[in-house]
Design a protein around this ligand. Structure first.
Ligand SMILES: C[S@@+](CC[C@H](N)C(=O)[O-])C[C@H]1O[C@@H](n2cnc3c(N)ncnc32)[C@H](O)[C@@H]1O
Length: 190
């Protein structure tokens, strides 16, 4: 289905949906990795979830804080019902209580929280699993040498810390893709 045909697409002026190159990268990683259990943080109306489900045989758990978005996603992902669980909750709440392990994680929720989520995500990612984080450059500001406006400063600083923590963690092999709004791909090697 095209993005524009998704229930709820018209309700939003700005649609923070997976962009084409990031979708291509996610698709090829799913084909290479062949995950069994995928976690997504940030469902929105279910577009990237549909990409994950169409390009793998995995069971997907996807977490969304907004009830209306989660309800739209439920309709959009109806055909995957047996393989897809949509959890309407704050991602940090979910991460604190989940007992599950995942072999593929797509992180696409609140950018300022990536740094706080990382220890939980590392803990529930199995060895050999992959963590993909979208929009890590935050409109290019994360790599900019210019002073950052006050309203963006904490998100940008948190994303910079997230990336430093990922890159300096010997348990992860991390690659940064500098297209669209930036994507990191980290394999948990031990
Ligand atoms: C970039 S959008 C996700 C787009 C979706 N992955 C896609 O490509 O189709 C981010 C989503 O994260 C949700 N979100 C924001 N804060 C959250 C939180 N604390 N816990 C869970 N979801 C959150 C937003 O409501 C929004 O729908």
């Amino acid at each position: 289905m095209k993005k524009e045909e998704f229930v709820g697409f018209d309700r939003h002026e700005y649609n923070p949906i997976l962009r084409p190159k990031t979708e291509g990268l996610l698709t090829s990683l799913l084909h290479a990795q062949k995950p069994h259990k995928v976690l997504e943080i940030g469902t929105f109306i279910g577009y990237s979830a549909s990409v994950i489900l169409e390009n793998s045989d995995a069971e997907l758990t996807t977490v969304e804080i907004d009830e209306k978005n989660a309800a739209d996603a439920r309709q959009n992902l109806k055909s995957f019902e047996g393989r897809c669980q949509i959890v309407c909750d704050d991602a940090e709440n979910f991460l604190k209580k989940t007992q599950d392990k995942f072999d593929f994680i797509f992180l696409d929720g609140p950018k300022g929280q990536y740094k706080n989520y990382l220890p939980y995500l590392k803990n529930i990612l199995s060895v050999g699993g992959v963590l993909v984080a979208d929009d890590i450059m935050f409109y290019g500001l994360v790599k900019s040498d210019e002073p950052i406006k006050h309203k963006h400063r904490s998100i940008v600083n948190n994303l910079r810390t997230f990336l430093e923590n990922l890159k300096s963690d010997a348990d992860f092999e991390t690659q940064i893709y500098d297209f669209e709004d930036g994507v990191s791909v980290s394999k948990k090697v031990r």
